[in-house]
Design a protein around this ligand. Structure first.
Ligand code: CMP
Length: 137
C-alpha cells in the first residue's frame, strides 16, 4: 500500500467539483485517509512549491494557489502515486488524455484543477507538510 497527496486547486473548489473528483479517486480504489479544506497562505504556497521557485511560472502559480480555498487529501492504495497521476492526466490540460480529471475539468496549465505527488519520496514530504501522522487513518 502506498500514500500520495492530492490537492483540489482553487478552480476545482470554485467550480464545485470536489465530490466528482473525490468519487473518481474512490472508484479507482484509492481510499481517503485524511482530508481538509483550507486557504493556503502565500508563505505556505511558496514553501510547498519551493522546487519550482526559479521557474518563470512560479509567481503566477503561487498567486493562483492562494486565490481561493483548496481541498487537500491523503490517498492510499496500491500504486497510489501513479494511479492518482493517471487519473489527473498531463499537467497541461491540452495534453491530458480524454477521461482524465484535467481533460474533463481544467481550463489552463495554471488552473489545472488538481495537484498530485510525482514520486513516493515527494509524497511522503508533501503529506507531512500538511498532515500530522496521527490525523491520517
Ligand atoms: P502542479 O502539479 O500543481 O505542479 C506545479 C504547477 O505549476 C503545475 O501543476 C501547473 O499548474 C503549474 N505550471 C504552470 N506553468 C507550468 C509549466 N510550464 N510546467 C509545469 N507546471 C506549470
Amino acid at each position: 500500500m502506498q500514500e500520495t497527496l492530492s490537492i483540489i486547486k482553487p478552480d476545482g473548489v470554485a467550480n464545485n467539483l470536489v465530490g466528482k473528483i473525490i468519487s473518481r479517486f474512490e472508484e479507482a480504489g484509492l481510499e481517503i485517509c485524511a482530508i481538509k479544506k483550507i486557504r493556503l497562505s502565500k508563505p505556505d504556497a511558496k514553501a510547498f512549491y519551493a522546487v519550482h521557485k526559479d521557474q518563470a511560472f512560479f509567481a503566477d502559480l503561487i498567486d493562483f494557489m492562494v486565490s481561493g480555498p483548496v481541498v487537500i487529501s491523503v490517498l492510499k492504495g496500491q500504486d497510489a502515486v501513479n494511479k492518482n497521476r493517471e487519473l489527473m492526466g498531463a499537467t497541461n490540460p491540452k495534453e491530458a488524455k480524454a477521461g482524465t480529471i484535467r481533460a474533463d475539468f481544467a481550463k489552463s496549465i495554471d488552473a489545472n484543477t488538481v495537484h498530485g505527488s510525482d514520486s513516493e519520496e515527494n509524497a511522503k514530504n508533501e503529506i507531512s507538510f500538511f498532515f500530522a501522522r496521527q490525523d491520517i487513518y
